[in-house]
Design a protein around this ligand. Structure first.
Ligand code: MD3
Ligand code: FE
Length: 199
């Protein structure tokens, strides 16, 4: 499925690859714990976040940005799990290597409001997203907040590529279907987004 540069590759990862990624993420989260960021407006996000690679996306009262250190531990983000670099090579269409992987953890009831990803230097570089665990009801709109949206179910093992116009589209996660998968320890969903933050 392709829509203005949006590509969904259902079941791009088999069960073993999914389990391997979840194990790698949970191991990395031992040193770089998931935490709920605060928005610049002072509200706590319902999604838990951590990052891998040289840079991680952070949000606090002073705004959104990429940083080399985890905001709570003060330590560098753990290295990017190797299978993620292979996935990037497969789906990024020759883009320069990702320098950040944002991991979002959705426990029951977590959601992500409509937003645009605009903190990266070059929006000609795609974002590659990997869904693990519970199915998400994902919403993809257009370049303006009021544009019509479409709903896409993202299931465990699905990969989506955001390139072209879709890279600047509003999008969000309305909800997850709690209990639809048993992959994530403790339940819920993990979404990994591979990004190039710096030029
Ligand atoms: C469309 N994550 O981390 S993944 C995010 O499921 C984010 O956790 C959602 O939105 C999640 O910023 C959606 C699919 C996705 C990722 C990045 C995009 C869609 C995108 C960037 C631009 C447009
Ligand atoms: Fe996003």
């Amino acid at each position: 499925m392709t829509f203005n540069g949006f590509r969904l590759i259902p079941q791009a990862l088999d069960a073993a690859a999914q389990a391997g990624l979840v194990a790698a993420v949970m191991a990395a989260a031992e040193t770089a714990p998931f935490h709920a960021p605060t928005t610049p407006w002072g509200k706590s996000m319902s999604v838990g976040q951590t990052s891998f690679g040289p840079l991680g996306w952070v949000s606090d009262v002073s705004g959104y940005r990429y940083e080399p250190l985890h905001p709570l531990t003060g330590k560098p983000w753990p290295p990017m799990p190797a299978p993620l670099l292979e996935l990037w090579a497969r789906f990024s269409d020759g883009a320069p290597a990702p320098d950040s992987c944002l991991a979002n953890l959705y426990r029951e009831g977590a959601r992500m409001g409509l937003h645009v990803d605009a903190d990266e230097a070059d929006d000609a570089v795609p974002v590659v997203s990997i869904s693990l665990g519970d199915t998400a009801i994902f919403r993809l709109g257009g370049p303006r907040r009021g544009d019509p949206t479409r709903t896409v179910r993202l299931s465990s093992g699905d990969v989506c590529v955001l390139a072209g116009a879709s890279r600047r589209a509003y999008h969000g996660v309305d909800r997850i279907l709690a209990g639809s998968s048993r992959l994530v320890p403790g339940g819920g969903r993990i979404n990994l987004t591979l990004r190039r933050a710096r030029p």
